[in-house]
Write a protein that binds this ligand. Structure first.
Ligand code: SAM
Length: 247
C-alpha cells in the first residue's frame, strides 16, 4: 500500500466519509470498476476477478451449485431473476436456459463482454443503488459484489432489493465477510468485509433470513471469522452466503 492510499484510506478517514455519506456520493467503491477494460488474453473468470487456483475453483463450484439449487427451490421455471454486478456474464450464462436472467453492472467493459455472450438478454448499465429499474424479479443474486456497496448505502441496498422483488422473492448474496475485528471498522473503503451479524440484522428488516453462513464450509461465525482460511494468497474460501426471503 502506498503512503498516499494509507493516508487517504484508513479507519479514521473512512469513518468520517461514511458519517458524511461521501463514500456513496463519490462512488468511491464502485468507481474503479467504471474504468475496467476486459482483457482478452485472460479467461472470463480471471476478468471477473478470480484465479484458477484449485481452492478458488473448489469454492466457486460450491457457490454455483448452491445458487442453482436455491433458485430451483424458490423460483418458477423462466422466472425473472436479477444478477447484481453481473460482470462478464458467467452466472447469467449458467442460468440462461432455466430463467429470464437480467444483468446490472456499473462497468461498461464488463457489460460489453456479457452482452456479446448473451446477445438477447437485458442489461442495465449503472450503479444498482442509483439507477431506476422498472420491473420486478423472483430472485436477486450477487456474487462477490457486496464488498463494493458503500457502508452508508448498505441499508438502502436491502431496501432496494426488497422493493424490486415480488412477494416471497429471494436474495442470494455471496460476499467476503469480516475476517478480523479490525474489519468491523472499515480499514479499506474500496473493499468492505461486512460483519455477518450486521448483514443478518439489516436483511431481517425486509427479509426472513433462511441462512447466513460461511459459503465454503457452512460455519456460522457471528461478528467476524475467528478461524479464517489463510489470506496470504487471497482465497475465495473466505466468503459468506446470505439467502433470505422477502417478508
Ligand atoms: C468481482 S466482480 C464479480 C462479477 C460477477 N458477479 C462474477 O462473480 O463473475 C464485481 C462486479 O460488480 C460490479 N459492481 C460493483 N459495484 C457495483 C454497483 N454499485 N452497481 C453495479 N455493479 C457493480 C463491478 O463492475 C464488477 O463487474
Amino acid at each position: 500500500m502506498s503512503l498516499y492510499s494509507f493516508l487517504t484510506n484508513n479507519i479514521i478517514v473512512n469513518n468520517i466519509l461514511i458519517a458524511l455519506k461521501v463514500d456513496a456520493e463519490k462512488e468511491l467503491s464502485a468507481g474503479h470498476w467504471k474504468v475496467f477494460t476486459y482483457n482478452p488474453e485472460k479467461t472470463i473468470q480471471q476478468n471477473a476477478g478470480f484465479s484458477h487456483k484449485e481452492e478458488v475453483e473448489e469454492s466457486l463450484k460450491i457457490v454455483k451449485e448452491k445458487l442453482k439449487s436455491t433458485l430451483a427451490a424458490y423460483c418458477r421455471p423462466k422466472a425473472s431473476v436479477l444478477d447484481f454486478g453481473c460482470g462478464p456474464g458467467i452466472y447469467m450464462d449458467m442460468l440462461k436456459e432455466q430463467y429470464n436472467v437480467v444483468g446490472v453492472d456499473v462497468s461498461e467493459g464488463m457489460l460489453e463482454h456479457a452482452s456479446r455472450l448473451l446477445p438477447t438478454h437485458k442489461f442495465y448499465h449503472g450503479n444498482f443503488l442509483k439507477i431506476p429499474i422498472q420491473e420486478t424479479f423472483q430472485a436477486i443474486y450477487s456474487i462477490s459484489v457486496l464488498e463494493y456497496v458503500p457502508v452508508s448505502q448498505i441499508t438502502r441496498f436491502f431496501e432496494k432489493c426488497a422493493a424490486l422483488l415480488e412477494p416471497g422473492g429471494i436474495i442470494f448474496i455471496q460476499y467476503p465477510h469480516a475476517l478480523q475485528k479490525l474489519d468491523l471498522y472499515y480499514p479499506d473503503r474500496n473493499y468492505i468485509n461486512y460483519s455477518p451479524e450486521r448483514i443478518t440484522a439489516l436483511a431481517s428488516k425486509h427479509f426472513n433470513v433462511i441462512e447466513n453462513k460461511q459459503s465454503f464450509d457452512g460455519r456460522d461465525t457471528c461478528r467476524y471469522d475467528k478461524t479464517p482460511y489463510p489470506t496470504d494468497s487471497k482465497t475465495f474460501k473466505n466468503g459468506y452466503l446470505l439467502i433470505a426471503r422477502k417478508k
